[in-house]
Design a protein around this ligand. Structure first.
Ligand SMILES: [Zn+2]
Length: 454
């Protein structure tokens, strides 16, 4: 292992050079800028690093970059990455131009340098190190690199379905996790799912003078009533059947939650809250945050909210509502339960418009052998056991990979960034010392994965 670590240290400049090349090409999915060019550049870089790479056409979207390389063990690892980035605005808040990588004070600044081009460079460098030091890869490797992650991956599920035989793998590593404060490494074993809907009420053809409020129904009151019916006074979701499919946490999952560092105080202070809902703290806070589903009003719109007064009775009202789901809830089932709930409570006039694709929750078990191998490799590298999140509180389109391609999916160390990397914001950057460690721990993970079943 020391030879591999030394090789990685000696090739730091090559790694930085690769990352600078990747970050010099704008690839903004929200604006459709530079995606074909970036896909080609990514495939070319992968070929330089000894992988067989090709672009896979995607109906309606930019291509996937696919690559593979054979290794010693009979198992195959699939790396998921994305080659698109967030828009760079506001441009005047960047110290150096976002698509001209700039090195200063031991850091590298550029849009995408952490999210997610850094992870891709890390993985290619780890592969090069293992091959050049030991002559072979410990296991076979595939890559799927998409070009629309920052825009919600609208075409990814269908594309994975179309190429599922090509992508098939024993385990999938999604984007790498960055290093936490105090150098704490982490494994994240899945994501919450998502159902996103717009609810709308229409009470009349046109708005009316508010003098008619005694006799004309209001869309605003209708919608407020419908929204209010979605939750009990104690905050639980009131939709019949909503919790039926929620899988109880296993003893190992509860143990993992209990071992996580308590970040609740820092968040409470950052948000300026007196207290969290129900006075949650410690383990209960952690379990609610990661283990419970949500029903959240993202936005509300009706009538007049401008300056001064306008006495109007709104004919239309709408709200955006998101449900973050946990295993084994299914977005389509929750959608049907929501419709039934509104109908049963006298709100059959409220329309439900699903927005975008629904995502199912994913949670790989703590005792999954690939998770155990990743935890072991991480602990060996950092000298401390990783914190294990049973899933992220957020959502990503990982369900299709678990359905079609692999049974074990996780986020493991090997991200180039840290908590201060300012991803999605001006002056996105990584620390160059973290880049070297990320390559090393990725090599360590690959070696441990290569030992599986042997
Ligand atoms: Zn991102």
């Amino acid at each position: 292992m020391d030879n591999v670590y030394a090789y990685i240290q000696d090739h730091t400049e090559r790694a930085i050079g690769l990352l600078e090349r990747l970050c010099s090409q704008p690839s903004i999915s929200a604006h459709g800028v530079g995606l074909e060019e970036m896909a080609n550049l990514t495939a070319a870089a992968m070929r330089e690093y000894g992988l067989d790479a090709a672009l896979l056409p995607v109906e309606g979207g930019p291509p996937l970059v696919y690559a593979e390389a054979a290794g010693r063990s009979p198992h195959t690892l699939l790396f998921y990455n994305h080659y698109d980035v967030q828009p760079a605005d506001p441009l005047d808040e960047w110290t150096s131009p976002p698509f001209e990588p700039s090195r200063r004070e031991g850091k590298l600044f550029a849009r995408g340098v952490s999210d997610n081009k850094g992870d891709l460079a890390v993985r290619l460098e780890a592969i090069a190190a293992l091959r050049e030091v030991s002559g072979e890869l410990p296991l076979s490797i595939k890559f799927v690199v998409e070009g629309e992650e920052e825009s919600g991956s609208p075409h990814f599920p269908a594309a994975v379905g179309a190429y599922k035989d090509k992508l098939a793998a024993d385990v999938c590593l999604s984007e790498g996790t960055g290093i936490g404060p105090d150098r704490t490494p982490s494994l994240v074993l899945g994501v919450k799912g998502m159902l996103y809907v717009e609810l709308s009420a229409q009470s009349a053809k046109v708005d009316a003078h508010s003098a008619y409020a005694t006799v004309v129904p209001s869309a605003a009151w209708r919608l407020v009533g419908a929204l209010n019916s979605l939750k009990e006074a104690d905050g639980r979701v009131a939709i019949a059947g909503f919790y039926d499919a929620v899988r109880s946490l296993t003893p190992q999952e509860k143990q993992a939650l209990a071992a996580m560092p308590d970040t609740s105080e820092a968040l409470r202070e950052a948000l300026g809250l007196e207290a969290f809902l129900d006075g949650l703290t410690g383990y209960d806070w952690q379990e609610r945050l990661l283990g419970a589903p949500t029903c959240n009003i993202c936005g509300l719109e009706a009538g007049y909210t401008g300056p001064g007064l306008k006495t109007v009775l709104p004919a239309r009202a709408r709200a955006k509502v998101d449900f973050r789901l946990v295993p084994d809830q299914r977005p389509q089932e929750v959608l049907a339960q929501l419709r039934a709930h509104l109908d049963r409570n006298g709100f059959s006039d409220i329309e439900i418009h699903p927005i975008a694709d629904h995502e199912r929750p994913v949670r790989t078990p703590v005792d999954d052998p690939w998770v155990q191998a990743a935890a072991l490799a991480t602990e060996q590298f950092y000298g401390t056991p990783p914190e294990i999140a049973i899933n992220s509180a957020g959502t990503a389109p990982m369900d299709v990979l678990v359905d079609e391609v692999t049974s074990s999916l996780l986020f493991a160390p090997g991200g180039a960034g840290y908590e201060g990397s300012r991803i999605h914001a001006p002056d996105e950057h990584i620390r160059i010392s973290d880049l070297v460690d990320a390559i090393r721990v990725t090599a360590r993970l690959l070696l441990e994965f290569g030992r599986m079943g042997s």
